[in-house]
Design a protein around this ligand. Structure first.
Ligand SMILES: NC(=O)c1ccc[n+]([C@@H]2O[C@H](COP(=O)([O-])OP(=O)(O)OC[C@H]3O[C@@H](n4cnc5c(N)ncnc54)[C@H](OP(=O)(O)O)[C@@H]3O)[C@@H](O)[C@H]2O)c1
Length: 240
């Protein structure tokens, strides 16, 4: 991939691992300045060490901490692009998920994501430009056994993404939804219900890589000015 012609400042939530980390590295190597969010300071520092010197600024904190978001607002004001990627997941049969599990997924995947987007988008509206990428999922349009709570959060996040698009397009702001199927990250490591373990062992396809998802994000960000890629769905071959 060649370097991007237009250098941007890109805010990435959930940049300490998985898909967000791959996006951060790929964009930094293409010449963008990346502001990397996540709670784990050491993981963010290791990300910064892997990218070209000075290309990644780390902004550690918990997206559910309002004081952290208040302190970060000056950074939000600098962003041309926001990759709204942080998320959590717990798979289990619906009747075995705890109320706390469901609330935890909604709090991070929906409430925190929407609150952060509104903060960042206010600055984009003032500048009349910007691009926001929501990392939803194939689970934003389909319901899977063992994934009910997670599917519900991604359906909700997708609805918000489409609403943001409707309301922000008049300000010259693009909103893209990138919706992958299974990706090879650690997001499922806390899902140890026996039914989930058995389903994972029976899987007959290979997950996507984080780099494959990051390439779709790069494609969206490098679209020509009048073209807004609204929804990019990515499925592992053989997964349907
Ligand atoms: N993996 C898949 O199969 C898949 C498929 C479709 C969509 N997705 C979506 O893609 C996104 C990234 O998933 P992933 O697979 O890359 O997961 P991951 O490897 O577990 O990474 C999740 C990221 O979110 C951050 N995060 C979680 N809670 C946070 C909080 N309260 N405050 C700040 N940061 C928080 C984590 O950072 P810290 O732990 O450092 O805070 C980490 O950087 C998620 O929205 C997920 O739903 C994943």
């Amino acid at each position: 991939m060649s370097a991007s012609s237009q250098k941007r400042t890109v805010l990435v939530s959930g940049a300490s691992a998985g898909i967000g980390r791959a996006c951060a590295v790929m964009l930094a190597r293409r010449g963008d300045t990346v502001i990397a969010m996540g709670r784990r300071v050491e993981a963010l520092q290791s990300l910064a060490n892997e990218a070209p010197a000075g290309s990644i600024e780390i902004l550690p904190g918990d997206l559910n901490d309002k004081a952290y978001l208040d302190r970060a607002d000056g950074h939000f004001a600098r962003c041309d692009v926001f990759i709204n990627n942080a998320g959590v997941l717990r798979y289990a049969p619906l009747m075995d998920l705890s109320d706390d599990d469901i609330a935890w997924m909604f709090q991070t995947n929906v409430m925190a994501a929407v609150q952060l987007t509104r903060r960042v988008a206010r600055h984009m509206v003032a500048r009349q430009s910007g691009h926001i990428v929501f990392m939803t999922s194939i689970a934003a349009r389909e319901i899977y056994r063992l994934a009910s709570g997670y599917c519900a959060t991604k359906h909700a996040l997708s609805a918000f993404a489409r609403s943001f698009r409707l309301e922000l397009q008049g300000f010259g702001i693009k909103v893209t939804e990138v919706a992958p199927g299974m990706v090879d990250t650690n997001i499922r490591e806390g899902s140890d219900h026996p039914a989930v373990v058995a389903a994972m062992q029976a899987r007959r396809f290979s997950p996507l890589t984080s780099d494959e998802v990051a390439s779709a994000v790069v494609y969206a960000l490098e679209s020509t000015p009048n073209l807004c890629p609204d929804l990019i769905e990515l499925r592992p071959l053989g997964s349907v």
